[in-house]
Design a protein around this ligand. Structure first.
Ligand code: NAD
Length: 487
């Protein structure tokens, strides 16, 4: 059983209970982790706080080497990490191969960015002065991670936080802690004790004590809007630095000029990757009414060729969802839409042939509108609701009507439409003709209720640095504007 990792040691912590981790494809137990307590969270804060001064004073070149070494160790353990990730998280191996690439490359990327600069020099007011803008680490960063990309989303926080000179406490999701613990056991042991800590457990029992702890100035969180709001309300009185990556309800707009066959494949990928459990999954699709029949036919035909199964099987296109309660939410959204007049064109239920596991058939719904949950709330499952627009301006208005603003996709080769789309749409990322492709140097994050944090790029490093302005006068003498006045 993997334990907590605190102060460079593996410990069972102060609790007596365990959390069982299940394979979502088989519902069989994979392993257990200790159910952490407030005392375990406090022990991790103590360790991270003690390690902070040593780590922030470590030369940036040395920190860079240590981050690269972590990436090198991960590469040496790739096969095992990808397998464990597939078993505990469920998505197919190619998607976990991709998550692994993001994990290691993010450590390498921030190793380099962390030694590139630490601020800037300003033109000073006088020749005898120097004005510096210095970027400093905050201290201990709590990194609270969801289950849908356990390692990628961990790396997007932990790598820049460490590169900036903070120490970290990772709180993995209670549903997917095993791959993170594997990293702690095999890839982090060259960091000084306390620089990286991992505490397992439930949000209320372990993460909330971190959020409210006076010695944790930064809370980096990816997860649901409801949890983000809870964290924000707990942290507000302490004026903490909040880095919140929350939910989404991304629109996918197909323009009239798009090719139906390419659209079918692009949309399926955008909506069904990780069984639709991506924060930027396309969850609302707007089709031109003039060509809706053609696009719909191509989409349904393509989706019927996709194979549902355990992620660990090489032939699987779509794996299970993470747990029963998430399948129930998808069912509720689909049933409510049907009750209000939507039509199921394919899917719409749990697969009959798979007796175990949290599967839901890839589903296409037509005849939806914005009064339905499937078009207004985050569904987080393999469902594609199609709605027809009559003008492109209407599609843009609909794209913007969600309370979320994480991402938005457009398929079009018409430059006027493309420009209008990316200028008018309120979303942190706009993808044109290549949905859901991120870039290490490109900031990722949301607008509106999706949270304002940015991960990746220079912006992702700056989330973990605070700014200090130093004004330095060399010519020491009394200034004419000091007291007494009137002389
Ligand atoms: P969640 O909010 O239930 O849990 C996320 C993490 O928060 C887990 O580690 C959990 O233990 C912890 N947590 C739970 N209650 C807490 C509390 N009261 N205080 C502090 N921490 C607490 O989310 P989830 O179900 O794991 O993930 C799915 C959600 O994450 C979806 O809404 C999805 O859109 C969002 N998400 C967003 C992004 C993004 O970058 N914007 C990326 C991936 C997922």
């Amino acid at each position: 059983m993997p334990l907590h990792y605190i102060d460079g040691k593996f410990t069972a912590g102060s609790g007596t209970e365990k959390i069982t981790v299940f394979d979502p494809a088989t519902e069989e137990a994979l392993d257990t982790v200790p159910r952490g307590t407030q005392r375990d969270a406090e022990a991790a804060v103590q360790a991270a706080k003690l390690a902070f001064d040593g780590w922030r004073r470590t030369p940036a070149n040395v920190r860079a080497s240590l981050l690269h070494e972590a990436a090198a160790k991960m590469r040496a353990h790739k096969e095992h990490i990808v397998r464990l990730l597939t078993l505990e998280q469920g998505k197919p191996i190619p998607e976990n191969d991709e998550e692994f690439e993001w994990l290691v490359n993010t450590f390498d990327y921030y190793a380099e960015l962390g030694r590139h600069e630490r601020g800037r020099v300003l033109p000073s007011g006088e020749y005898t002065q120097l004005n510096l803008v210095i970027k400093e680490p905050y201290g201990v960063a709590a990194c609270i991670i969801p289950w849908n990309y356990p390692l990628l989303l961990m790396s997007w926080k932990v790598a820049p936080a460490l590169a900036a000179g903070n120490t970290v406490i990772i709180k993995p999701s209670e549903l997917t802690p095993l791959s993170t613990m594997y990293l702690a056991q095999n890839c982090f042991d060259h960091f000084a004790p306390g620089v990286i800590n991992v505490v397992n457990g439930f949000g209320k029992e372990v993460a909330e004590p971190l959020v409210t702890h006076k010695d944790v100035p930064v809370i980096a969180f990816t997860g649901s809007l409801a949890t983000g709001q809870r964290i924000a309300s707990l942290a507000a009185p302490m004026m903490k630095k909040l880095h919140l990556e929350l939910g989404g309800k991304d629109a996918f707009v197909i323009a009239e000029d798009a090719d139906p066959q390419i659209s079918a494949r692009a949309l399926s990928y955008a909506a069904l990757t990780n069984a639709g459990q991506v924060c930027t999954s396309s969850e609302r699709v707007y089709l031109p009414a003039s060509k809706a029949a053609e696009f719909t036919e191509a989409l349904v035909a393509h989706i019927r060729t996709l194979r549902l199964g355990a992620g660990i099987e090489p032939t699987t296109d779509i794996g299970p969802m993470i747990a029963e309660q998430f399948v129930r939410k998808v069912e509720e959204h689909v049933q409510e839409a049907i009750g209000k007049g939507a039509k199921v064109l394919t899917g719409g239920r749990r697969p009959q042939q798979l007796k175990k596991g949290y599967f839901f058939e890839p589903t296409v719904l037509a005849g939806v509108d914005h009064s339905m949950l499937i078009m207004s709330e985050e569904t987080f499952g393999p469902v594609i609701p199609l709605m027809e627009y009559s003008t492109f301006e209407e599609a843009i208005n609909w794209t913007n009507q969600s309370e979320y603003g994480l991402g938005a996709c457009l398929l079009s080769s018409d430059p006027l439409k493309v420009k209008m789309f990316f200028e008018e749409v309120k979303a942190g990322t706009v993808w044109i003709n290549d949905p859901l492709t991120d870039n290490y140097a490109g900031p990722f994050g949301g607008m509106k209720m999706s949270g304002g944090a940015r991960e990746l790029g220079q912006e992702g490093l700056d989330e973990f640095r605070q700014t200090k302005h130093v004004h330095w006068e060399f010519a020491v003498a009394a200034k004419s504007w000091w007291y007494p006045y009137g002389q």
